[in-house]
Design a protein around this ligand. Structure first.
Ligand code: SF4
Length: 379
């Protein structure tokens, strides 16, 4: 286990905080204009509101700051308090999240708000242990909320922190290997200051240094406050760290999107809700046949599928567009087909609807489904 000298720990803390005081970006969740009653209480101690930290941390997972900012404003305009979020319909939350991706974060955030309202009298818990019991809150997010919103000495470890620590302490083993990950958590724990030493600002300074200076490919070591302490800089090739285990390649699959146009209503298509589990769960889509293998599909097989599963008869299928979408584990080739039905069922199944393309704003659609509907709009 790496045990830094107490002088090294003090130097890292003081240099980072001094740099952060001069260079921290003015981000909306750091100086929130939206204040609920609970948030006003934490504002009295100059800490960002816990609700804003909760929302921003959910949005910032896997997503760049610049992308998150407009979503954060829209979200807070619609749900200014934890209570208003808890009272919202999940479909409304998903629609607001549309375009940010990783929709499980939105579902968990909504579930979190409900649990906090029902089990914690609307007060976001202060400690890592209590925060970890909430839906979708892992060790990193619990540490971020406890330290940033409540000034608790809780460590955080995300991609930025891993990169900085592996460079400063010259960790040349794969950082995603479990024993090395444990070492990194232990390092983060040793480094985070006590409450009197501004643990929230310290954690944010780490994230900020990773975002602005200690970047993955071109770290700007000449402006880095930690340069004198950094072993990878002294070694001469900091960009070669961190090392990670080789990743398995995403699996290629084919998804066929069936754009079924209403026979008598122009610009109107058939939509259905996705299942409640799995990718893009509970969101809406043009019916999509997901093939779990890398083989294409013939149009007569599609016609049979449409008839059997959607009870819609058709003779013509026109392929409109093919595009790719990348997820963590899959490379999905989407094939968009235009379908003109010869007959449609008189009664709709639950969670299905005919919708005009001009009236989709309240229907949560995944990014590929939005791409498909945009393509239909310009046909
Ligand atoms: S000196 Fe360079 S590599 Fe080391 S922490 Fe600073 S920016 Fe990163």
């Amino acid at each position: 286990m790496i045990k830094p000298h107490s002088k090294t720990i003090s130097a890292i803390r003081s240099r980072l905080l001094a740099w952060y005081d001069q260079n921290a970006r003015d981000l909306p969740w750091r100086t929130p204009p939206y204040l609920s009653e609970i948030d006003r209480q934490s504002q009295a101690t100059n800490l960002p509101g816990a609700y804003h930290t909760l929302v921003s941390e959910a949005m910032l997972q896997q997503t760049q700051v610049a992308t998150v900012i407009p979503y954060f404003h829209r979200f807070l305009d619609t749900f200014p308090t934890l209570k208003s979020l808890a009272q919202a319909d999940e479909q409304q939350v998903l629609t607001l999240w549309q375009g940010l991706g990783y929709y499980r974060r939105a579902r968990n955030l909504h579930a979190c708000a409900n649990v906090i309202m029902s089990e914690h009298q609307g007060q976001i818990p202060h400690t890592v242990d209590e925060l970890l019991k909430l839906p979708g809150i892992g060790q990193y997010t619990a540490g971020a909320i406890a330290s940033i919103a409540f000034n608790q000495p809780a460590p955080i470890l995300d991609g930025n922190v891993i990169r900085i620590l592996s460079r400063i302490f010259f960790i040349t083993d794969p950082t995603d290997h479990t024993p090395i990950k444990k070492q990194l958590w232990s390092l983060a724990e040793q480094l985070v200051p006590e409450t009197s030493g501004r643990p929230g600002d310290y954690n944010q300074s780490m994230m900020e240094l990773g975002a602005l200076i200690c970047s993955p490919r071109n770290p700007n070591c000449n402006t880095c406050p930690l340069q004198k302490l950094c072993k990878a800089y002294a070694d001469g090739s900091p960009e070669s760290l961190p090392i990670t285990l080789p990743k398995s390649k995403p699996r290629p699959v084919h998804h066929h999107i069936l754009a079924i146009q209403h026979p008598s209503k122009p610009n109107t298509y058939f939509f259905e809700q996705r299942p409640s589990t799995g990718l893009w769960s509970n969101m809406y889509q043009l019916p999509t046949l997901e093939l779990n293998h890398n083989k294409d599909f013939e149009s007569d097989q599609l016609i049979t599928y449409i008839q059997k599963h959607l009870k819609i008869k058709t003779k013509n299928i026109t392929q409109l567009k093919t595009f790719k979408h990348q997820t963590t584990h899959l490379t999905i080739t989407f094939h968009l087909h235009a379908i003109t039905p010869t007959s449609i069922p008189t009664k709709l199944k639950p969670n299905t609807a005919w919708r005009s393309l001009t009236k989709l704003t309240d229907l949560p659609l995944s990014n590929p489904q939005q791409q498909a509907t945009k393509c239909l709009s310009v046909q």
